[in-house]
Structures are given as structure tokens and as C-alpha cells.
Design a binder for this molecule. Structure first.
Ligand SMILES: Cc1ncc(COP(=O)(O)O)c(C=O)c1O
Length: 377
């Protein structure tokens, strides 16, 4: 599972996910408190408004949007890919007046352009995706953009589905008002459970909202009943929350700093070895996302055939893309282990060779070995 998610999960996470407990019992209350407290570290926040969601990353995006956007609210959606456009679509569906700031393909959003938009029009909310998994672009100036948003009085919503715990993000330090993530990517947990954190500023807007949130399951005020007041909202996905609890605990054991370094080392080693092998990466630095690496498909080859051969012959799954002529290799959580990288690079190289592509496989493998030499034992 070396695609853009879901990613392999540690056996301890799988074991936690096999347990069912009373969703309103004392044990669950303790689990919830611990999940929130561990999230404070992982999201780098002191927020008291952290909740889990029974649903995919898109449900977490929708929860952010449907609680903070309503008819008449003005939204600036910074769009450099498929998932940032999803935010814009969700915001317009709940009646927001959406302006799309279209960023050129494979480029990060420019803070000065964001400033220009905010100086000429008033916006209540900004949406941005930290790592656009769809085309492997990294919004490397997120911190600056969040600061500009705050200076102009806009709430900043960040999708950190593939980046949380793989790349630095400081919710409080950078002044972000809402961060969402899914289980199945950076956290190396299961798909189908997600997390959201609101700032106090965002929470005031939610409490003062002029209309009720239309979506019942995603209503933050109702979810708060379960997550902070020990009462019933809907039957919580207890096994999924236990899996999240274990995944967060593993992040804490490793520490964020060590985890960022592991991801950086693995991803950059992979990137260099792909280039040494003769392949071209889709996004140039500094907008290149480390969490998912986009590789251009060599001339005259078909990405689908490469992936099929890798899957059938080598049992290695990587991802295609949303209409782009690239293949994507995930570098999130358990994917960032040397044995997974060696196997993936070898499977990719031999598949390309078999399909007639010219590739320098030995040099690529040697470069990977050199790059991963300093991987901590
Ligand atoms: C950056 C990003 N945001 C949101 C999502 C949506 O998550 P899900 O597919 O779990 O709904 C994805 C999924 O790939 C993603 O990569």
C-alpha cells in the first residue's frame, strides 16, 4: 500500500481497531480525554474544541465548512488541486459566496497574491489545503498565508489530511482556526474516522451562527455534546476512536520532530533515487510535497499499465492521478520505512523496464541505499 492512502497501519492500531466498548461508558470518557489531549500535541494547539468524526476526510472538510459557512458568508478558496476545489464546492453548496483563487498547476499559493485579494475584498473564511495529494503540491507558505488571513479578520480552515504528523503544522502558533485530518494518511490509522479542531475564535462564530447547521451528524454544537459533555449525539465509532487513540499514541512515542525527520529522510531519498533512475518529478521544489511524490510517466508508457504490473507481479500498490499523466507514491506514516521504499523502487523500475522504458535501476537502488544510510535503527 504505497499509494496516496489508505496507508499500512501498525499492528497495534489494527489490534485497537478490533475492540468494541460502551460508547458512553467511563472507559470511553477516558479514551476521549486522552485522544483530545494527544491531538493537542499533534495539532500543536491548546484548543478545547477537538472532535472525532465517523466519516472520511471529506466528512471532516464538510464539518468545517457547514459549521463556519452559511448563506452570505464570503469565502476565499485557495485552489491548487482537486481537494482545494472540493472545499470551494462544499462552501457554495451551503450558500457561501465563494471566490476561487486559482493557483497555477504544480505551484504553491503565493502569500502576496492572497494579501492582494484580502486587501481588495472582505472575506469571512479562507480555505486552503496544506498538501494537495491530488497533484503532489505543497502550500509551503501556509504559515504566512494564515497570518495574512488573521490580519484581515478571516477565519482560516486548513486541510491537513496528508500532512498532519508528516510535515510541520502549528495550529496555534500559525493562527489557524480550523484544522481537519483523516485517519488513513499521515496518522497511519484506518480510513473512515477523522479529526477536527476549532480555535476559540472559530467556536465563537459557531455559537453565534444566525441559523442552525443543516447537517445533523456534522453539527459541531451537537458533536460537542459527545466530545465534551459525556452525552449522546450518535453512536460513536468506538473501534475507530480506539484505533485513532493508538495511532496518536504512536506519534507521541516517536515525537513529532523525529517523525518529521523520518518522513523528510525517506521522501527525499526516494525523490533523489527516482531522479537518478532517470525519472522526472512532477513538482519542482519548493512546492514539492514530501508526503506524496508525483512522478511523470516516461514517454510512450501508460501509467495504468505500470501500476497494474507493479500490483500483479510485485504486490506493490501505488496511485494514479486525477487526469494528470503522473503516478503517485505515498510517503506517509508506515510507508516511510526503508524496506517499503526498496521494494517500491525496485517494483517500479523493473515494471518500467519490462514495459520498454529506459531506466537506470541499479543506480537508482544504489542512490536509495546511500540516502537511507542514516535511517535511525
Ligand atoms: C488532501 C486531501 N484532502 C481530503 C481528502 C479526502 O479524504 P477522504 O477520501 O477520506 O474523504 C483527501 C483524500 O485523498 C486528501 O488527500
Amino acid at each position: 500500500m504505497m499509494g496516496a492512502g489508505p496507508v499500512p497501519i501498525p499492528s497495534r492500531v489494527a489490534a485497537a481497531n478490533s475492540i468494541v466498548i460502551n460508547h458512553l461508558g467511563e472507559t470511553m470518557s477516558r479514551v476521549i480525554e486522552q485522544v483530545q489531549s494527544m491531538c493537542r500535541y499533534v495539532f500543536q494547539t491548546q484548543s478545547r474544541h477537538i472532535m472525532g468524526i465517523a466519516g472520511p476526510g471529506s466528512a471532516a472538510m464538510e464539518m468545517a465548512i457547514c459549521n463556519l459557512v452559511w448563506p452570505g458568508r464570503r469565502i476565499l478558496s485557495i485552489c491548487n488541486g482537486y481537494f482545494s476545489l472540493r472545499f470551494a464546492e462544499m462552501a457554495s453548496r451551503v450558500g457561501g459566496i465563494v471566490t476561487i483563487l486559482d493557483v497555477d498547476e504544480a505551484n504553491a499559493a503565493d502569500p502576496e497574491v492572497v494579501r492582494r485579494y484580502l486587501s481588495t475584498s472582505q472575506f469571512d473564511v479562507i480555505t486552503i489545503v496544506q498538501g494537495e495529494t491530488s497533484n503532489t503540491t505543497w502550500n509551503s507558505s501556509l504559515q504566512e498565508i494564515a497570518k495574512i488571513g488573521r490580519e484581515h479578520g478571516a477565519l482560516v480552515i486548513v486541510d491537513a489530511v496528508c500532512t498532519l504528523s508528516t510535515l510541520p503544522l502549528q495550529m496555534d502558533g500559525w493562527g489557524i482556526d480550523c484544522v481537519i485530518t483523516g485517519g488513513q494518511k499521515g496518522l497511519s490509522c484506518i480510513p473512515g474516522v477523522s479529526l477536527i479542531a476549532f480555535s476559540d475564535r472559530a467556536w465563537i462564530d459557531i455559537e453565534c451562527k444566525p441559523i442552525k447547521t443543516h447537517q445533523w451528524c456534522l453539527d459541531a454544537l451537537l458533536a460537542d455534546q459527545f466530545w465534551n459533555k459525556k452525552s449522546y449525539h450518535y453512536t460513536a465509532p468506538v473501534s475507530g476512536i480506539l484505533a485513532l487513540h493508538e495511532a496518536l499514541r504512536l506519534v507521541i512515542n516517536e515525537t513529532l520532530q523525529a517523525r518529521f525527520e523520518r518522513h523528510m529522510l525517506c521522501s527525499t531519498s526516494l525523490q533523489h533515487s527516482l531522479e537518478v533512475m532517470g525519472l522526472k518529478l512532477f513538482v519542482e521544489k519548493p512546492a514539492r510535497l514530501n508526503s506524496v511524490v508525483g512522478v511523470c510517466i516516461p514517454d510512450k508508457l501508460d501509467g495504468g499499465n505500470i501500476r497494474l504490473l507493479m500490483s500483479q507481479r510485485h504486490r506493490v500498490e501505488i496511485a494514479g492521478s486525477f487526469g494528470l499523466n503522473i503516478i503517485r507514491i505515498g510517503q506517509m506514516g508506515e510507508q516511510c520505512r526503508p524496506h517499503n521504499l526498496f521494494r517500491t523502487l525496485h517494483a517500479l523500475g523493473t515494471s518500467i523496464q519490462e514495459l520498454g522504458g529506459a531506466i537506470d535501476l541499479p543506480s537508482g537502488m544504489a542512490e536509495l541505499e546511500r540516502g537511507l544510510n542514516s535511517f535511525p535503527c
